[in-house]
Design a protein around this ligand. Structure first.
Ligand code: C5P
Length: 220
């Protein structure tokens, strides 16, 4: 039926890359477009949910009035917004490509050209998904993403346990048309019961529907 299945539900979604400042004009970023996260937020909203979308810097946007976009830049800002908002949500989908490292010192002035090499010391960022996994209550659902290059299923299963996730969306790098920038994706859903569900290459909108259907199945 066309009945909305997530009315009266609140979800947190993260999307896009994070930018880690080096100095006032430079940053370390990545190629995440935000398309997958925005598609998931829209699919959740289409099913009746109220969505808070914590988004890194992206060029995609949404006009859905059931999506509240919270713009952040760095991994630390994304962490703070997610941790403070998770408690009132029924679940979270961690779709952002969060930087794993950030410069130890963010220079106040632009670093000038010089004759010598420039080394930038990096320190690890906080794992937002893992932190929400610690905060998670029994009635909350937590979904993560993983992009693996080897031993995909085994690594995804480990990540599921380590971060206390309910399921992981595995993106394969071995499939052309999947991943960063493009409009299509090919996923495998990895759940705790260890029965991976493999899906065909589809548009990110259709992939979002498969992911949200899984959320509805586990919430029911
Ligand atoms: O450990 P790994 O980076 O492979 O895990 C990917 C999953 O963890 C994704 O869901 C991603 O959004 C989330 N993540 C996060 N905060 C980080 C790193 C990853 O929420 N600092």
């Amino acid at each position: 039926s066309a009945k909305k299945k997530l009315l009266n539900h609140k979800f947190l979604v993260t999307a896009g890359p994070t930018f880690e400042k080096i100095d006032p004009v430079r940053f370390i970023g990545n190629y995440s477009s935000g398309k997958m996260g925005y598609a998931i937020a829209e699919e959740l909203a289409d099913q009746g949910a109220e969505v808070t979308l914590v988004s890194g810097p992206v060029s995609v946007s949404t006009s859905n009035r059931h999506i509240n976009v919270v713009e952040v830049e760095s991994a630390q800002e994304m962490y703070e917004q997610c941790v403070s908002r998770f408690a009132t949500c029924d679940g979270a989908v961690m779709c952002a490509a969060v930087a794993d490292f950030t410069p130890v010192d963010k220079a106040a002035q632009k670093t000038k050209r010089g004759k010598e090499n420039w080394s930038i010391e990096l320190e690890p960022t906080k794992d937002i998904a893992a932190e929400l996994g610690k905060l998670k209550k029994g009635n909350q659902l937590l979904v993560g993403f993983a992009l693996e290059t080897n031993d995909e299923l085994e690594n995804a299963q480990k990540k599921l346990d380590k971060k206390n996730l309910d399921f992981i969306v595995l993106n394969s790098l071995n499939d052309s048309g999947a991943g960063f920038g493009v409009d299509t994706n090919k996923i495998t859903l990895v759940t705790k019961d260890n029965k991976p569900q493999v899906f065909e290459l589809k548009s990110k909108k259709e992939v979002a529907r498969d992911i949200v259907n899984k959320i509805i199945e586990l919430k029911a």
